[in-house]
Structure formats: C-alpha cells, structure tokens
Design a binder for this molecule. Structure first.
Ligand SMILES: *Cc1c(COP(=O)(O)O)cnc(C)c1O
Length: 467
C-alpha cells in the first residue's frame, strides 16, 4: 500500500515510512492511495472473532508487506493484551437502540490507548530494522501525552519529550505522565498555556538545527497508523450488532476529527454505516462546517470535555481532500488560503457529498449533564463528559429510529471525576489497576515558556538519529 499527501507535492511512502513520518514534506497529511475494499462475505466472516483477529484482518491491507500476518498478529496480541477487558472494546446496551462502545479499558483510561499501544510497538519494530533512533516531541493538554508515554516507555531506540502546561492539567492526567520513570521518558512542564507548548513543538519541527541532528516525530493523530488502528473497532462493533446485514450509526465525540475519520474509512472499505454523527461541544467549528459550510476559527472556550476543546481539526483536511475529488493541488490551495484567513467555506457540492454520511450535532453543557444523568438513571452506566456529548448527540440528532446507534465512549469516567460528580452526584473511583497513581513519585522538569530553554533541554538529552 502506498500513502500519498493531501497536498499532492510530497513523495509517496510505504507503510513503514508513513508510520515513522509526521506531516508530509508539503505540509499535507498522508492518506492511503486507495481504500482497500471488503465484501459483505468478508465482513460477515468477522462475526464472533476476537478483537485481535478482527484487527489483523482490517489492518493487513494497510500494512501491506511491511509486516507479515504472524508479525502483525503478534503486535496486536501484545498491544491489546494490556487492556483490562477480555473484549478489548466491549459493547454495552443502554436501551432498545442505543449502545456504548467502551474504548477506555487501556492503561491510561482513554481511547487513545487503542491506537498508541500499537503505534509504540510499530515504532520499535521499524526502528530496529532501520537502525535509527527516533525522538518523539509532543505537547499535550492531557490524554494524548499519557497514552503516548505509556506506549513508548522503555522501548528501544526512541525517546519521548512531552510538554504540558504547568498547573493546567488535572492531577490524574499529570500523574499518569510524571510517574512513568523509565529513562527514555522526559516530561517538561512549561510556564504557559497548551497553545504556547504546541507552538514551541511546531517551531521545533521546522528548526533545521534540531532536524539535521535528530530524527523527530509526532504521535498526534496526524499519524496515519493511529487512524488505521481505530478503523478496527467500527468493524468489530458493527459485526456484533448484525452488520453487514443491517446498517449501524455511530456517534463520535469529536475534537481533531481523527476518530470519526476512522469511521469514514471503515465505510469506504465497505462497512454498511447509516450515519456518522460528529458530536461537538460548544467549540463547534466542525458542526458549523458540516451543517452550514462555515469552517472558520474562533477562540476556544474551556469545557468539562477538554479533549474536544479545539479551534482547528487537523484531520478534517483528510476529508476535504476526498471532497475535492482527491485533487492535491486544490486541497493545497484551499489550506493555504485557510492558513491566511482562518476561514474556509465549503461549496454546495462538498456539503452534499459530506452530508450523505455525516450528521453533526453541537451539545451544550446542560445537555451533556442531562445525558450523564440519563445513562446513570436509565441504564446504570456512569459515563464521562466526552462520552456524554456523544450520547446526547445520538439521542437528539435527526436519525432513523430503526437503526441502532453506537456511541463511542472515549474516556473512563474516573478521568474526569469532578465533572461526573457535578452532573450525577457520583464520584467515580479509579480502577484498581491504576489505583496507586497517587502514591508513586513524580518526575518532571519545569522550564520557562521560552523556545530556547526547551530546545536546549531537548537537544542536550535526546539521542541523534544515527546514535
Ligand atoms: C482525543 C479525545 C477525543 C477527540 O478525538 P479526535 O480523534 O481528536 O476527534 C474525544 N474524547 C476523548 C476522551 C479524547 O481523549
């Protein structure tokens, strides 16, 4: 399988290369040159298979000859063996047509583990082959940092430097990062906001003094392998609910458009999906784009669902590329204009194509709290604020009542105990497997919010690419 850039001017890569790459050289994102296609019989044959077996079948065409089937199965067994539930991503029924797909049984209690546990193993495998050292640099407002650190801790030939805004993430989120004590993990608390941290990371990716010596890479959802790993659970859930013989809808709490884009890929591969509901909180750029064609940025409002508090959804470019007929030149021009004006209008043909599959819904804080209480009172399920936004959208969007709706439950409620307690009166306990989080020692380096201080720290502690 070849991967091409959404902006049409970077070389095509194979799976091994695209896994280790970040942004394409032309500023675009890599996507598969074509979508593999599964017949109804292929999908019907997934019924009753384990998560790992479904994962191998769904991912093999994307992986191509970078891994043979036995190698891919071995990595999936290692990655998903670390999940605390035998089904990896179990389905829970809420009422006659509403279901939850629990994606939070991994080590750091958010769905990002599903992709990052596998990505850590892919990095290690490919770096050993290439005899290369990788330096992962990222900024986090919470969930990505802890999932990436857990996935990369102790792995050969890779260091991870994760920046977080000092004092501005929750205690659980900070401790999930700073109590990991392997020498290849470097936590940096910077004075400043998440946006300041993110801006420093972006600058470092463009700093030749750094990139000439170090092979730096990203683990945010612009990484193709992450999206690929998320396609699996759409197939897994649908086949348990009667797919491909009936259609299923999915409601996806959305920030960077990575998770819901994986659902789109599943549909393109042949999975019968009725609707993909893009659920947003009040930071609703995607809802405005899909319902009114208006993709323009404003300022971020902090909410109880912080992983969806975004201004720009990087993976939306992957959908735009398809809506432009996969024309890289047109996508590049569109993105260049957007980067200037922070405003983009989708024309009616693009909107019509998108609305054939996508529905969007914006959920305000009252409706989010209502959904948490409904899940608790009607189904005995304590759900987190992000999942509640998905559930509220599933209940309130205009949908065919005969079609089952699966809401993706993206975080464990104990990750956001204050918001859950405010809405339901119940304070969810941390699962036993992470229960000693508050007894472990923390280690992190505090730095001023200045690029040169961060650069100096990273270049002094990272290993050069040929080292
Ligand atoms: C990252 C995250 C999201 C948003 O997912 P995207 O792929 O960025 O759209 C939703 N909920 C939780 C809990 C997350 O950590």
């Amino acid at each position: 399988m070849d991967y091409i850039s959404t902006r049409g001017a970077a070389p095509a890569l194979n799976f091994e290369q695209v896994t280790l790459a970040g942004l394409a050289g032309d500023g675009g994102l890599y996507v598969p040159a074509n979508f593999p296609s599964f017949s109804r019989a292929d999908i019907a044959a997934m019924a009753g298979l384990s998560y790992v077996e479904v994962a191998v079948r769904v991912m093999q065409p994307f992986v191509g000859d970078a891994l043979d089937e036995a190698e891919l199965r071995d990595l999936c067994e290692q990655a998903y063996g670390r999940f605390a539930h035998a089904a990896v991503t179990p389905l829970v029924q809420l009422d006659g047509r509403q279901w939850l797909l629990e994606l939070f049984h991994g080590p750091t209690l958010a769905f990002k583990d599903v992709a990052l546990q596998l990505l850590g193993l892919l990095f290690e495998k490919f770096l050993a082959r290439q005899d290369k050292h990788l330096t992962v640099v990222g900024a986090t407002s919470g969930d990505t940092g802890s999932a990436a650190i857990d996935a990369l801790a102790g792995r050969d030939k890779v260091d991870i430097f994760m920046l977080h805004p000092h004092g501005r993430i929750s205690d659980v989120q900070r401790r999930q990062m700073t109590t990991v004590r392997t020498p290849n993990v470097h936590n940096i608390a910077i004075e400043g906001s998440f946006d300041d941290a993110q801006a420093m990371v972006k600058r470092m990716f463009a700093d030749r003094e750094v990139t000439d010596r170090f092979s730096i890479s990203a683990v945010n959802s612009i990484n193709w392998a992450r999206l690929m790993a998320q396609v699996v659970y759409y197939f897994y859930a649908a086949s348990q609910l009667g797919g491909p013989h009936r259609k299923i809808s999915f409601s996806v709490p959305t920030g960077n458009f990575g998770d819901v884009f994986a659902g789109y890929v599943a549909e393109r591969m042949g999975l019968p999906i009725e609707r993909l509901i893009v659920a947003t909180n009040v930071n609703d750029i995607l809802h405005r784009a899909l319902s009114a064609g208006d993709y323009s940025t404003g300022t971020v409002t902090p909410t109880a669902a912080p992983s969806m508090d975004i201004q720009v959804s990087s993976n939306f470019e992957r959908l735009l590329f398809d809506l432009e007929g996969r024309d890289g030149g047109k996508t590049a021009a569109r993105m260049a204009a957007f980067e200037q004006s922070r405003n983009m209008q989708l024309d009616s043909s693009m909107r019509d194509q998108a609305s054939a599959l996508f529905t969007s819904h914006r959920v305000d804080p009252d409706d989010m709290a209502l959904a948490m209480r409904w899940a608790q009172d009607r189904a005995g399920q304590v759900i987190d604020p992000h999942s509640a936004i998905g559930l509220s959208a599933a209940q309130n969007a205009d949908l065919d009542p005969a079609v089952p709706v699966v809401t993706l439950a993206t975080a464990h409620p104990a990750k956001f105990p204050d918001a859950v307690e405010r809405a339901t009166g119940i304070r969810p306990a941390l699962p036993r497997r992470v229960g000693d989080l508050f007894d472990r020692d923390e280690k992190y380096t505090k730095l001023p919010g200045e690029y040169d201080a961060v650069k100096q720290f990273i270049t002094a502690n990272a290993t050069p690419s040929d080292g």
